[in-house]
Every structure is written in C-alpha cells, then in structure tokens.
Ligand binder design. Structure first.
Ligand SMILES: [Zn+2]
Length: 466
C-alpha cells in the first residue's frame, strides 16, 4: 500500500500531501540537490517543503521507498490530434515533407469530438510517462470544424494535467506555394482574431496556472511572412509566448533559401521572432554561428529526438545550444511522426544522441533530466515555477519505481539508473498535489470508454486515405 491517510485526520499544521522515504529526490533546484531518504510536501497545489529529515504531518502520505522522485516532466512540443493516424502505412517511409503531404488529406476530417478524445488519450499517455505539463501545437483548423482549441483544453481539465496549448495556424496553401491543401488554411485576419479570442478565453496568468495559451503559426512553409510578423506583434501586445517549427531538416533549409532568400534563422530574425518570448521546435540545422545568435536571443528550443530520428531529419546540436544559452526542453512531437509519446523515452533518446554527437561524457542522465524539467519550464516561460521541487513551485511530482528485474544491479546512482535501465513508466504522476497516475495506472475511471471512442475516430479518419 503506497498511500495512506493520517489516522488522526488533518491537523492544523498538516500539509495536504507528503511523498516520503524516497531513495532519492532529484530537486532540480539551484544547487541540484539530490536528497537521499528525502521527502516533498505539497499544500494548496504548491510545494510547501522539501527535505531529507523527518517530513511534516500530512493528510495523505505516499511512500516512495526504493523510488526516484523528480519534478513532473514537461513536454515542450506535440500535435496531439496526430495520434489518430499513428503508424499509417503511406507515411511510414517518408521524410518530413512527404510525410506531411501523406497525412494532410486525412487530417482535414478532425472535429471537436476527435480533438477532445485524441487530446485526452495523448495526455493520458504522457502522464503515464511521468509528464505533468504538456504543450500542444494545434495548427490544423479545417473550415467548419468548430472550436478545436477549447475541445482540447476541456480534455486536459477533465484529466487533470497542466496544459499549454498553442493556437496554431496555416495560411499558405498549395496554390500559393505552401504545403497544405487549400481547405485547411485561413486568412491572416481570421487567424489573428482567433488567436486573440483564445487568449482572452483560456489564458490564465496566475502563479500555478493550469492553462496558458501561446501563439503558433505552424511553420515557415505553411504561413505567410506577414502572418509571422503580425503574430509576433500580437504576442507582444497580449504578453503571451510564441512557438513554431524551425530548421527541422535540409528540406526546411532549402525551402527557406528558395522562398525567402535566406536561411531559417535570418527569417526568424527579420520577422521579429528571435526573442526570449519564442520557443521553437526541432532546431536541428543551425550552424555554429547561428547557435550563438539563438543563445544571445535567449530563445527556447524543444528538442524532439525520436521525431528527428524517425523522419531521418538529423541530430540537433543540443550540447552546443545549451552552452550558448538556449533553453533546451524536450518534445515528443506529433504522435504520428514520433509515434510514441513518452517523455521518459525522449529523455533517454536525448541522452543517447548527445553521447553520439558530443562524446560519452556529454550525454548524461542528469543533463537529460534537466532538459525534461528545467529546460521545458524555460521554453514555456515558467522557470522557477515548473520543473523544480522547491517551495512555491507547482506541486507536480513524478515517482519512479526503481525495483524489479529492470533495475537489478543498479545500486550506485539512481538517476543514471533511471534513464539507462528501462523502459520505464511512472509509478505515480501527481499534478498540483493530485494523482493522475497511481501505481502505474491512470486514476480516471473512463479510460476504456475514451480508448473506444478514439478507435472510432481513428478508423473514420484513416478510411479517408484507404
Ligand atoms: Zn511538430
């Protein structure tokens, strides 16, 4: 039994929840303290104490014997609706542009029900991998499909995870030299009005907010230059963050040179995007001078290692980006490019690729844990509030069981063991002091129902391509 209620019931001084007896609490605080035998206390949704002595009395106690306790992991790039078209054969052997063009015709069929169920299932999958906060880059808004952003905000609220969706957009269709079909793009004025409305409706600026909105034109090859400029201006006026795809592979570089007469970074700079308000996805192709410019701008980058591998895009220069001052987080990317949506897996892939690119000592489990926590918080503009176990930060905690055959023999270093052994799922995923995953299972009682609904929508959408 991992969870117990205090027999005396709540007392005046009791905290709401304490996670105690951890083999190690990786605080990710300024000193990167690792507390052996440590505990984390949560009150009113926020961390109220962290330590390695006697924990405070709590209304609810979670025993973390033999477990690593980390801040909840943060997913900094995703397209949740794409889990409706996973492992879909016409796209499984394509690089980025061919992959997109195989799937756009199917994705036109998404609607509010499909987006709600795909977001719920996708966020549930992420929670099982230890993720407590996710963004979503929802750039597909077919005409007449309804308010898709609200549908996914509702799904995150139903499940109980922290959510940073972006109001994405596409305005440049095939007839104008872009990639998407004509009926999934909108004009710039419509898009900007929808962005402003989404912020007014959903963006919560309070400390510990569960929902925040960012603005996110899909990519340079799907929107007009004017929309990039005007979106950056709107984000400045509304004081929200900016997100887009950037320098994902060589096709992306070639498109930029042919269409805009410059490399992707120069395009970001001339459209007003190279600022600390922005975090980009991928960032695979910058050359060394560009890495320095990105760092100087204080930009964020969501590293998406599985997606970069499965689409054969390349290996992002993560170690160099971090050294230059870029806030590097992790993203699972759209479910049908990466096909899995596990933050743990992305952390491991990031560790392995950093070793391959920069040497065995460069890619450590601690570096990958920083990407998955502090780096993600930096991307989302919430450093100090998310991704750290320190008083005042959000009460988002993941408990990882380090027992059984998977961890046999891993005695000396629980953080290296966490990422080198595996595959690993979270034992408990806690958001704002409330468990979303407990004992490795989702707490929600409607998982079967949501998966059945997801199958119906996936079959409907995939039949369009048959
Ligand atoms: Zn993406």
């Amino acid at each position: 039994m991992n969870i117990s209620n205090s027999p005396a019931g709540p007392t005046v001084d009791a905290v709401d929840l304490v996670v105690r007896n951890a083999r190690c609490v990786a605080t990710m605080d300024g000193g990167r303290r690792e507390l052996h035998g440590g505990w984390v206390a949560i009150t009113d949704g926020l961390v109220s104490g962290v330590g390695d002595g006697e924990p405070p009395t709590a209304t609810t106690t979670i025993d973390a014997t033999d477990c690593l306790v980390t801040p909840g992991l943060i997913n900094a790039h995703h397209h949740l609706f794409q889990n409706l078209t996973r492992a879909y054969p016409p796209m499984t052997d394509k690089p980025l542009f061919g992959w997109l063009q195989s799937l756009y015709p199917l994705w036109r069929a998404i609607d509010t029900d499909a987006v709600h169920v795909s977001a719920w299932v996708g966020l549930a999958e992420l929670a099982r991998s230890g993720c407590t906060t996710s963004t979503d880059h929802l750039y597909l808004h077919p005409r007449g499909a309804g308010d898709l952003l609200t549908a996914e905000v509702d799904a995150a609220r139903d499940l109980g995870v922290r959510f940073h969706p972006t109001r994405g957009s596409m305005s440049l269709s095939e007839k104008d030299g872009g990639l998407p079909p004509d009926d999934v793009v909108a004009d710039d004025d419509e898009i900007l009005a929808a962005c402003e409305e989404a912020v007014a409706r959903h963006h919560d600026r309070t400390h510990g907010a569960m929902t925040r909105i960012a603005l996110a034109p899909c990519s340079p090859f799907t929107v007009t230059e004017d929309l990039m400029v005007r979106t950056a201006e709107l984000a400045e006026r509304l004081d929200v963050r900016l997100h887009t795809h950037f320098a994902e592979n060589s096709e992306d570089d070639e498109f930029s040179l042919a269409t805009f007469g410059c490399r992707p970074l120069e395009y970001l700079e001339r459209t007003g995007w190279c600022t600390d308000r922005t975090w980009v996805a991928h960032c695979v192709m910058p050359d060394p001078a560009e890495v320095g410019r990105l760092g100087a701008a204080g930009i964020g980058a969501a590293h998406c290692p599985s997606s970069n591998l499965i689409l054969a895009s390349g290996i992002a220069p993560v170690v160099d980006l971090r050294a230059a001052g870029v806030k590097v987080g992790l993203g699972v990317d759209g479910s049908s490019s990466a096909d899995s949506a596990s933050l743990w897996l992305e952390a491991r892939q990031a560790m392995l690729l950093a070793k391959l690119r920069n040497g065995a000592a460069a890619g450590t489990a601690r570096m990958a844990l920083e990407l998955a926590t502090l780096g993600g918080a930096g991307c989302l503009g919430r450093a100090g509030e998310l991704g750290v176990l320190a008083p005042g930060a959000v009460g988002d905690v993941t408990v990882w069981d380090l027992t059984g055959p998977t961890f046999a023999g891993a005695l000396a270093d629980p953080i290296e063991a966490w990422l080198r052994c595996g595959p690993v799922s979270a034992r408990d995923t806690i958001v704002g002091g409330v468990a979303v995953v407990r004992g490795g299972e989702l707490v929600a009682d409607n998982v079967g129902e949501m998966l059945a609904a997801h199958s119906v929508h996936a079959a409907r959408i995939q039949r369009l391509g048959a």
